[in-house]
Design a protein around this ligand. Structure first.
Ligand code: GLU
Length: 468
């Protein structure tokens, strides 16, 4: 059997990480079994669907590398097909026109509620159907009255719904437009989906969809309903918990691998392994191993994973993802050290690409001001040794960290000072702050010319601020 999975988001809000995880699981399962993965945009709710949300879905899939073999399909482009299947069900007597007025339905509902019954359509038009073309009507699916629908959910096990609990679902509104559950059914059938992996919030839709598929003589797919992702406080995930939309993680400087690795583990485990390459995930993942319980976000773990990938991936690869963040901060890297060298030294000190970008400005731009708390290192008594070091650096032919280290170390030694006492004013002079990678490497990367310019600038600052 050719495995075919799909991701079917509704573009009614930004694609959030719960959706991305569903997409990932569907994608991995198709990859693992050499099947195909389909992207379908469920945009029939035209009031709530937006172009921006659709674009965010496409952008997120691309950023994360969740490639699809077919699609994107848009439900709004398949209306004729849905109408055709509605006709087919009407002709075969498996659906019927319902002429009940809104007043009658409201009345029915109030009575059922007053009797403490579950509100549902009573099937009046199922029995005597006047077929009056001049009257407005909806089309309802003739749900079986007896028996039960049972399916073997790959996550939750056997789930059974009594047909008596399911009323005759409206499949076409009075304006002829098909309804949500119906479109899903036609699409899963036409797209020959074998495995539906989706959020647990759809469990209640599944028996209805199975009944309609049966009425269409189509064998229902296998279902796997993935539990929710909750906030770190166990409550429904929302903006309060930090980033929730996929592209926000991109903007905040996370690598796709890190987010995917994080998401695969939120709800699935393979022993106590934490790090999974994409290939490894695809080989090891199985829907049968998805957790039954909801999982909670763990921002620290994501930061840890992100740093892991920033440190272990090739700096050339990281550079590709880092550049847009540098551009956002107006940091032009065309003059200055090779970006890969900066990445190699900064990755272990930072948790996100944004952090690397923010902490690397001084490699490419002169210091515009000294941080308030750093200014105490630029004192008059340090001027002579800074001047001496500047001269020695100026004469240094081989601009390398080891040589730079020797110069600073020797000067500190001559004055009986610890290396840090001399290194810190130099650090402030060249970076504007008190934190950077080791001073010798920092100077090597900033480059001779800029280092000399910045030492001069710091000396001027010292003279201007020296107390008399
Ligand atoms: N469009 C639905 C959603 O975004 C998913 C439907 C499905 O996967 O069957 O929640």
């Amino acid at each position: 059997m050719q495995i075919r999975t799909r991701f079917a988001p509704s573009p009614t809000g930004m694609l959030h990480i719960g959706g991305v995880r569903t997409a990932l699981y569907s994608w991995l399962y198709a990859k693992k079994l050499k099947g195909q993965f389909v992207l379908r945009i469920e945009d029939t709710d035209t009031e709530r669907s937006t172009k921006e949300a659709t674009q965010a879905i496409l952008d997120s899939m691309e950023w994360l590398g969740l490639t699809y073999d077919e699609g994107p399909f848009y439900q709004t482009e398949r209306m004729e097909r849905y109408k055709e299947v509605i006709k087919q069900l009407l002709n075969s007597g498996k659906a019927y026109r319902c002429y009940c007025s809104k007043e009658r339905l409201d009345d029915l509902r109030s009575k059922q509620l007053a009797n403490k019954e579950k509100p549902c359509y009573d099937g009046l038009c199922r029995k005597h159907n006047p077929d009056d073309p001049n009257q407005p009507f909806v089309v309802r699916f003739k749900n079986p009255k007896d028996g039960a629908v049972t399916f073997n959910d790959q996550v939750h096990g056997t789930i059974t719904f009594q047909n008596s609990e399911l009323d005759d679902l409206i499949i076409a509104r009075s304006d002829g437009t098909p309804t949500y559950n119906f479109c899903v059914v036609v699409d899963d059938m036409d797209m020959q989906i074998t495995h539906v992996i989706r959020g647990s919030d759809h469990i209640n839709n599944t028996p209805r969809q199975i009944n309609i598929l049966n009425a269409l003589d189509y064998t229902p797919p296998i279902y796997a309903h993935v539990p929710m992702i909750l906030g770190s406080d166990g409550k429904k995930l929302s903006k309060r918990h930090g980033a929730v939309s996929a592209m926000q993680f991109c903007d905040e400087g996370f690598l796709p691998e890190a987010l995917l690795n994080y998401l695969v583990r939120l709800g699935w485990a393979y022993g106590d392994q934490e790090i999974f390459s994409i290939t490894e995930m695809a080989n090891l993942f199985d829907i049968k191993d998805i957790n039954k319980a909801a999982s909670m976000v763990n921002p620290e773990k994501l930061l840890w994973l992100n740093q892991h990938y920033m440190k272990t991936k090739k700096p050339e690869e990281i550079a590709k993802y880092l550049r847009p963040h540098l551009e956002t901060l107006n940091i032009d890297t065309s003059n200055g050290p090779e970006l890969t060298k900066v990445i190699a030294i900064q990755a272990e000190r930072c948790h996100t690409l944004v952090e690397i970008a923010e902490k690397s400005r001084y490699f490419y731009q002169n210091v515009s001001s000294y941080e308030e708390k750093a200014q105490k290192h630029l004192k008059a008594e340090i001027a002579p040794v800074l001047t001496e070091i500047k001269t020695e650096l100026q004469n240094l032919a081989n601009w390398q960290a080891s040589e730079i280290h020797t110069i600073i170390n020797n000067n500190a030694g001559k004055l009986g000072l610890k290396l840090g006492k001399v290194a810190q004013p130099i650090r402030v002079a060249v970076t504007g702050g008190t934190v950077s990678p080791p001073i010798d490497i920092t100077l090597e990367l900033i480059g001779k010319e800029q280092v000399l310019v910045r030492l001069d600038k710091a000396l001027t600052f010292i003279y201007n601020h020296a107390s008399v």
